[in-house]
Write a protein that binds this ligand. Structure first.
Ligand SMILES: *Cc1c(COP(=O)(O)O)cnc(C)c1O
Length: 553
């Protein structure tokens, strides 16, 4: 009716509009439906992989933890709570600061450039003063890991090498042909140690973390280029090094962590298999891992890698030149019957090896090895570091026989320490060794409910030792090195004393009818708090405070 009053031209126009918007609407609908279906499919696919990987209960638990974490972070930000947390964090950071910075308290501070340059003698005197500051005695073997020393003669030789090549810039191989040659040969020697095939390849890096970052980046690029994977994922045993978490964060690779259950503390192979999906770009195993010194089941991982055609990285950063020489030094070598832990296994595509650990090179040198040049090509745009000191001094100076001897010394001390824990009455009754360590690290924990593992760590700190405290489960580890190996008897004696002291304290508490844990030591406090919180943001803030403290003048 209304339309009849309108001019025909206008009616036609209106009809046209209606038609147009009708078809536009239909297109929009179709588009919306397609988007919706794609969305649903993606969602279903993700849900399916999560269900297969973690099971129904595991997936529900993941959702529960995510919600709990979210709510907890809101709780931490509520006005009253926030003030409390801030106060506690700053108290703890002040404590850290006073400990770290206090050790340099008596020394003059220099916060700006001196107006006139110092004389050589002035510099020497200042360096002597700094080297002489009161510190934990690594020289007497009191520090676990950390100082992978190859002996005083080697330090001298390394200094000479620095002297000769310190100014060389490896970015110009034509100007410094000797440096390029050394670097290439370092890689070649390490490839041979880990049984690489003839077309094996590698690069040097600034440390184990960079080697691992490169392997992860390479795996991500390979999957993207060859399979178009845009949402990469990797699967690691939860004992793997923090560098893998860093890689996940830097390169946007989703991380699946798999438990390493007792009694062998190795990454759970069945759980890893369930988590594999088309987005998986890398599997990971450690030989050995840092926390417990345990070698994951590399042959089984290799089998998964070849079955599903996924790269496998083996982290031998810590194992380095010790694990490579176990057999020749007369110790059992991991999985010898099943093909070992290196490139002899067909699924292993990359290995990280820290030349600056048991290769005895100066800090700041590591190697990442690949099965062939194709794998290596995916990590390229690295800035290869200077390796002058490495070649000229440790690798050539120590030689195979030297590394076999140091392997005997280091692993021999680790085994001696392990058997003391298992055989000495006080130790065997109260402590247990975690898993079966095969290389240089021995981790142990209290099995006496009345004694807190961390209190033993604090007791040993009081005696001048610097060991590593671990969490999940609470434990302590010793990474044996050349200096620590020489101090193993003293360590055992001090450990016995520490346990006896804790036994007395436990008795005392019992007599007084006190329930356990009245006042916790430093380590117990930090890890205890960390372990009981769903959100580790406070621990992260403490760590941040610690890092800031390092640059306090
Ligand atoms: C030391 C270590 C690394 C690498 O650490 P950097 O300090 O970066 O050299 C990686 N994995 C394990 C198991 C290690 O012990």
């Amino acid at each position: 009716m209304a339309s009849s009053i309108l001019p025909v031209a206008f009616q036609n126009k209106l009809m046209g509009y209606t038609r147009a918007s009708n078809s536009q609407l239909m297109n929009l609908d179709l588009f919306r439906n397609i988007v919706f279906i794609i969305f649903i499919l993606r969602y279903l696919r993700k849900t399916y992989y999560s269900l297969r990987g973690y099971g129904l209960i595991g997936s529900l638990r993941n959702v529960y933890f995510a919600i709990r974490l979210f709510l907890y972070s809101i709780f931490l930000r509520t006005p009253g709570v926030r003030g409390q947390v801030d106060k506690q964090v700053s108290t703890a950071v002040e404590g850290l600061e006073s400990k770290l910075v206090a050790s340099t308290a008596g020394v003059t501070k220099y916060l700006t450039l001196p107006k006139e340059g110092w004389s050589d003698d002035q510099i020497r005197a200042e360096l002597d003063k700094l080297a002489g500051l009161d510190h934990t005695r690594w020289e007497d073997g009191r520090v676990s890991g950390a100082v992978y020393h190859g002996g005083l003669d080697l330090v001298k030789l390394q200094s000479e090498a620095f002297n000769q090549f310190g100014v060389s810039n490896p970015i110009h191989p034509d100007v410094f042909p000797g440096v390029r040659k050394m670097e290439a040969e370092v890689v070649s020697m390490v490839l041979a140690l880990f049984n690489a095939p003839p077309d094996g390849a590698g690069v040097t890096t600034s440390g184990g973390t960079e080697s691992i970052l490169m392997a992860c980046l390479g795996a991500r690029q390979k999957a993207f280029t060859e399979r178009g994977v845009t949402e990469p994922e990797m699967i690691i045993p939860d004992t793997a090094h923090a560098a893998f978490y860093k890689a996940s964060n830097y390169f946007g690779i989703k991380l699946h962590r798999v438990a390493c259950p007792a009694p062998d503390y190795k990454g759970d192979i069945a759980a890893i298999r369930r988590l594999i999906n088309p987005n998986t770009v890398l599997l990971v195993g450690s030989a050995p891992n840092f926390p417990h010194g345990i070698v994951d089941d590399i042959p089984a991982l290799s089998h998964l890698a070849t079955t599903y055609k996924i790269p496998l990285h083996v982290d031998c950063c810590l194992g380095s030149f010790v694990i490579a020489h176990l057999k020749k030094a007369g110790f059992p070598s991991p999985y010898e019957e099943e093909g070992g832990f290196d490139f002899r296994l067909p699924g292993v595509t990359s290995i990280s090896v820290d030349t600056h650990k048991y290769g005895f090179a100066p800090k700041g040198n590591s190697v990442v090895l690949y099965r062939n040049r194709v794998y290596r090509s995916y990590q390229y745009f690295i800035y290869p570091d200077w390796a002058g000191g490495v070649y000229a001094s440790p690798l050539m100076s120590v030689g195979e026989s030297g590394y076999i001897n140091s392997c005997s010394e280091i692993v021999g001390a680790a085994k001696k320490f392990e058997s003391s824990i298992k055989q000495h009455s006080v130790l065997s009754q109260n402590l247990e060794v975690i898993g079966k360590p095969m290389v240089s690290v021995v981790a142990f924990a209290s099995k006496n409910a009345g004694i807190d593992t961390y209190d033993i760590a604090d007791e040993l700190s009081g005696k001048g030792w610097h060991l590593n405290a671990l969490q999940n489960p609470a434990a302590i580890h010793v990474a044996f090195t050349v200096p620590t190996a020489a101090a193993v008897d003293q360590l055992t004696t001090d450990l016995i004393e520490a346990v006896e002291k804790q036994l007395e304290k436990a008795e005392e508490r019992k007599r007084q009818g006190k329930s356990y844990v009245v006042k916790r030591g430093d380590t117990a406090a930090l890890y205890g708090v960390a372990g009981s919180m769903p959100d580790k943001s406070i621990v992260s803030r403490l760590a941040e405070g610690f890092l800031d403290t390092l640059y306090k003048t």
